[in-house]
Design a protein around this ligand. Sequence first.
Ligand code: MSP
Length: 643
Amino acid sequence: MSDTFYLTTPLYYVNGVPHVGHAYTSVIADAIARYKRMCGLEVCSLTGTDEHGLKIERAARQQGMDPQKFTNTYAAKFRQAWKKLGLNFDEFIRTTEKRHSEAVVEIFERIRENNFIYLGEYSGNYCVNCEAYTPEGVTDCPDCGRPIEFMTEESYFFKLSAFEEKLLNFYDSNPDFVLPTTRMNEIVSFVKGGLKDLSISRTSFSWGIPVPGDENHIFYVWFDALTGYLAGIGFAGQGENFEQYWPADVQLIGKDILRFHAVYWPAFLIAAGLEPPRHILVNGWWTVEGEKMSKSRGNTVTAEELISLVQSDYVKYFLLREIPIGADGNFSYKLLLKRVNSDLANDLGNLSNRILTMIENYFKGQIPESGEPETRDKELRQFSSETIDLFRKNFDSLQINKAIDNVWELISMVNKYIVANEPWAMGSDPTKEDRLGTVLYYSAETLRIVAVLMAPIIPAGTASILEQLGISKPLEDHRIPQLAWGELEMGSSIGKIQAIYPRLDPDEFLSRVEEERREKEAPPQALQEADGTSKREEIKIEDFAKVEMRVGKIVSAERIPKSDKLLKVQVDIGSEVRQVVAGIAQEYSSEELPGRLVAVVTNLKTVKLMGVESNGMLVAATSKGKPVLVTFNEPVRLGSRLQ
Ligand code: MSP
């Protein structure tokens, strides 16, 4: 077995701030990286940001920002969030970096040399949100439900159709390529259904990496972004790291991006003469209070919010304990509160405090000598070593929540052991000192084992437990495979006793959550620059003047068939009646709109939404995630310009 381990998270889109769903994949990656390190492997963990493409370009323009500045700002938010959540990565790749674009060009050239690229023409429906072409015959994107757009363009194609057999053979020889394996079956049937060539360049936008020799073409974002996994370890420069770490051992992804990683990605790699990754580990999705997270619902739990409410171990523990990797989960602060209060504050925090306090009180803070073991002691020791084995077996097969369960069984066992032995009743009896020493040694040694096993998952609190036990070796120098009974040194001094996992007071905590929520609905804060300073994006007055906004009166409105959100609105702007498509159908009925005086942006390029032409935009504010139209109460001349 190789002694290196390379794992990756997806590269996150920078069109929004990091939220609990993104944090989840990063938390899993951090725990696996720490575990593998504690198994003695040389680990490289990579995360990063996916910054090109139409979706990002549009998001930047909507905020009146230049795409590069925009992505600098948002990439910095991801970097900061992971740091504050105590997630350590060795590499952070941004797809706007030079090392990345060089890697994309390099892999493209290799694939082209191997005759898997040709120039053709593509027409089809495209979902800007998912940056993916959608199947024929649908009007809304099957993945995200948003309206799709029709596009025709010249395009470079990747001969994916040539990979059907190769991929099926590869899956056959690597049945656990995709984990959990139920997801593998999904992919096998998809490929068996036939593969079409894949368009990998676009001419319809410019925010991306140009195709070498044909600079009108920009690489398709997925071709671009996937290469980040290679770029981050020195692919184009042929750095030593690349040789050492590729193929990746585990690539973590969410279930929505499985096809890109389990079909296109290995095909690109094989076409370039590179090995596919060893495993793709697919995680489920988190809802919030049972609902899908979305900007329009305003229910997104951001990483920043989590960090400001609870310590990082609480977040990590909750996310990893609550569900098995692969299943969907439901996030709620009430569940988090219950989980951390019962497991971390009560079970583990109290256990640690109890054992250390008794050592302090009965043995002046020195780890006692252990005497001749009795049956109960032997059972505890036996259970500890069985727990180490089970924990490793489960963690090695990436069943982290089961591995945690194993440790909790041990915690429950040692708690019962303490209750059964009643050490507090022996404290004042000098004839029982030996027995008391043994009981406390066994308890403290079990606590040490618990702390080392849990270190990859809750590193902050477990580091503190080990320090309090008087162990100065840094957390990452402990080796889980060598973990064995008896390492705790008798006679050594314990450290200063500290509470590690304070209990969250339910009322106080839930009212802080409420408060945080209210603040989120307050006017948007100044944007953060990449260097951490706050600055509002400033534009010149001439730039503002380019936007032509006029007063209009709604003449009529009707729903667009098959769309929940869109209304087709006719607005009289004095000189003409304009047709505008507005995403307000959930908030405004077509009957209540006629007669209203509204603000209309009148110099936008015509676009088609769900096949309906739109010549402008109704100006609206967003409140609690919902649009509220700007209207006029005073009489005002139709067509008057807003400035
Ligand atoms: N940029 C692409 C990935 C390119 S990788 C070369 C992308 N980005 S994303 O920001 O939209 O999603 C990143 C990851 O976050 C995905 O794995 C996705 O599944 C995950 N999640 C986004 N929302 C999520 C939840 N609500 N719950 C769990 N994971 C979620 O896709």
